[in-house]
Write a protein that binds this ligand. Structure first.
Ligand SMILES: CC(C)(COP(=O)(O)OP(=O)(O)OC[C@H]1O[C@@H](n2cnc3c(N)ncnc32)[C@H](O)[C@@H]1O)[C@@H](O)C(=O)NCCC(=O)NCCS
Ligand SMILES: Nc1ncnc2c1ncn2[C@@H]1O[C@H](COP(=O)(O)OP(=O)(O)OP(=O)(O)O)[C@@H](O)[C@H]1O
Length: 200
């Protein structure tokens, strides 16, 4: 039986950074953020629904979704966020489960589902173990600003629409403390995978 790990955290806590490390252990990762970009490509159902709901105002000149613009709308309006989630999440879940099952069928010993909203969307039944990538709030804020160039207010807005990462860490089966170097996080991941006996 394959072990399915749900990898989560909060925005800019380091999920993608840790998710890349699984490659070294030949463990496949299904990335919900990546799928959420694929399902809103022009021509897809979710794309059409987004245009219907949010108007052509959220399109770029080439008709693709202007993610920055859509983000600036939904991160400050709970109702609009719910509308977008209702459009995008079902399509992402379907693709995620298809990919999970594909890797399991191929004989993977372990599959990672990288899902930013694992706890918020109550998806823990998709996985056997939950793993949270944790950082202190000030580190999270600085890394988010450093990566995306948001103002402090914009960064807080994005952090505050999710369950605080401290609370997620308290709910998780395991936690990687990503306040230190990437190397330190890598070592924590390696020990955990040994503990969970998924390394060949
Ligand atoms: C609003 C959008 C267009 C902004 O796109 P952008 O490229 O700027 O951000 P990206 O998609 O890379 O998301 C960055 C991070 O924001 C957070 N986030 C994104 N959407 C949401 C949401 N609906 N609620 C809370 N946090 C969210 C996550 O931590 C995610 O990792 C995009 O995030 C989106 O379509 N969101 C709805 C789908 C969703 O919930 N995706 C996240 C999990 S599948
Ligand atoms: N241990 C670390 N030391 C220094 N910088 C780090 C560390 N871990 C991650 N970072 C940097 O912090 C930023 C956020 O990390 P990352 O993109 O992995 O977060 P994320 O949780 O995947 O974010 P999102 O929720 O937006 O997808 C990136 O610029 C990344 O390079």
């Amino acid at each position: 039986m394959a072990l399915i790990i749900g990898l989560t955290g909060s925005i800019a806590s380091g999920k993608s950074t840790v998710s890349l490390m699984f490659d070294d252990f030949n463990i496949p990762v299904v990335d919900a953020d990546k799928l959420s970009r694929e399902v809103v490509m022009p021509g897809e159902n979710a794309y059409n629904k987004i245009v219907e709901t949010f108007s052509e105002e959220v399109l770029r000149e080439d008709k693709s979704i202007d993610r920055k613009k859509l983000g600036s709308i939904i991160f400050q309006d709970k109702e609009k966020r719910k509308q977008l989630n209702a459009i995008v999440h079902p399509a992402v879940r379907k693709k995620m489960l298809e990919k999970r099952d594909h890797y399991v069928k191929q004989g993977a010993r372990c599959v990672v589902l990288d899902i930013p909203l694992l706890f918020e969307s109550k998806l823990t039944h998709f996985v056997d173990k939950t793993l949270v990538v944790y950082v202190d709030e000030e580190v999270q804020l600085q890394r988010l600003i450093g990566r995306d160039g948001y103002s402090r207010e914009e960064a807080y807005q994005r952090i505050n629409v999710q369950i605080p990462v401290k609370e997620k860490a308290a709910m998780a089966d395991a936690v990687i403390d990503n306040n230190g170097s990437k190397q330190e996080s890598y070592q924590q991941l390696e020990s955990l995978l040994n503990e969970w006996q998924v390394l060949q």
